[in-house]
Design a protein around this ligand. Structure first.
Ligand SMILES: [Mg+2]
Length: 259
């Protein structure tokens, strides 16, 4: 195996790595504290597109985790960056919450249901039949179909919730058009994140609790990868994949000394 260079920048997934069901994972506060004092660039990533970075900062703060707003990178922010690169100053019909609409406004996008460049689907708490009908007709008329993330379900205390990927499947069935998913495992979300903090993939590491999103995206973006077993994945699951993480650790607590 080729020698990796020392890690100069860190990307880490949020759920299952730093927090779990509203509670910080032991070691998360120490890890973030160490990162901040090291001066190394870092980002906390989430595929959830409901919240703005400011909302997420406040939610993390309530759990005792202090993450600067500029160190939060959501699939909504990555999607806004993507459309800004692709069609600057364009327009979109959006199904989503403030996390997505704020990000799009911030890159100068116009929200419209009249001949938009894109139909952009994100996570929402309510899916309206009327909005879905509108999205399907606009895509049928030529609007390009984007979705913030492919996750089919999201977690809740009562059990799984249908998420963006499931609703995207509904729109795909009705239009015959495949969406382009910007969030993990698309390595684009890693690359745009790395660009944002001025880091290079060959000296950057990605930490995550899922093989099929975090580890895959980190690997495809050319980063060193750390799988932590504090979330969804068990050690026995790792061998089921045709790829492996660079390292596997029990939790973020075992990474504090690496920063
Ligand atoms: Mg996770």
């Amino acid at each position: 195996m080729s020698e990796r260079k020392p890690i100069e920048a860190w990307l880490t997934d949020m759920d299952g790595v730093l927090v779990q069901e509203g509670v910080p994972i032991p070691g998360a506060a120490e890890f973030l504290g160490k990162l901040k004092s090291s001066g190394k660039p870092f980002l906390v990533l989430t595929n959830n597109s409901i919240y703005t970075a400011r909302d997420l900062k406040a939610r993390l703060m309530r759990m005792g985790l202090d993450v600067p707003v500029e160190s939060i990178w959501t699939s909504a922010l990555a999607t806004a960056q993507f459309v800004d690169d692709q069609r600057p100053g364009g327009s979109a019909f959006v199904i989503g919450e403030a996390g997505l609409t704020t990000a799009l406004h911030d890159v100068g996008y116009i929200m419209t249901d009249v001949d938009p460049d894109f139909v952009i689907l994100g996570e929402t708490r309510e899916y309206s039949f009327q909005a879905l009908t509108k999205a399907i007709r606009l895509i049928g008329n030529g609007a390009r179909f984007l979705a913030t993330n492919p996750d089919e379900t999201g977690p809740s205390a009562e059990g799984p919730l249908p998420a963006t990927g499931s609703v995207a499947a509904l729109i795909k069935a009705a239009t015959g058009k495949e969406p382009y998913f910007v969030g993990k495992p698309n390595p684009l979300m890693m690359r745009t994140g790395l660009n944002r903090i001025g880091a290079h993939s060959e000296v950057a590491a990605m930490i995550g609790d899922r093989m099929d999103t975090d580890v895959l995206a980190g690997l495809e973006a050319g980063m060193e990868t750390f799988l932590v077993l504090s979330g969804l994945t068990r050690q026995a699951d790792v061998d089921k994949y045709p790829f492996r993480p660079t390292h596997t650790r029990a939790s973020i607590a075992e990474l504090v000394d690496l920063v």
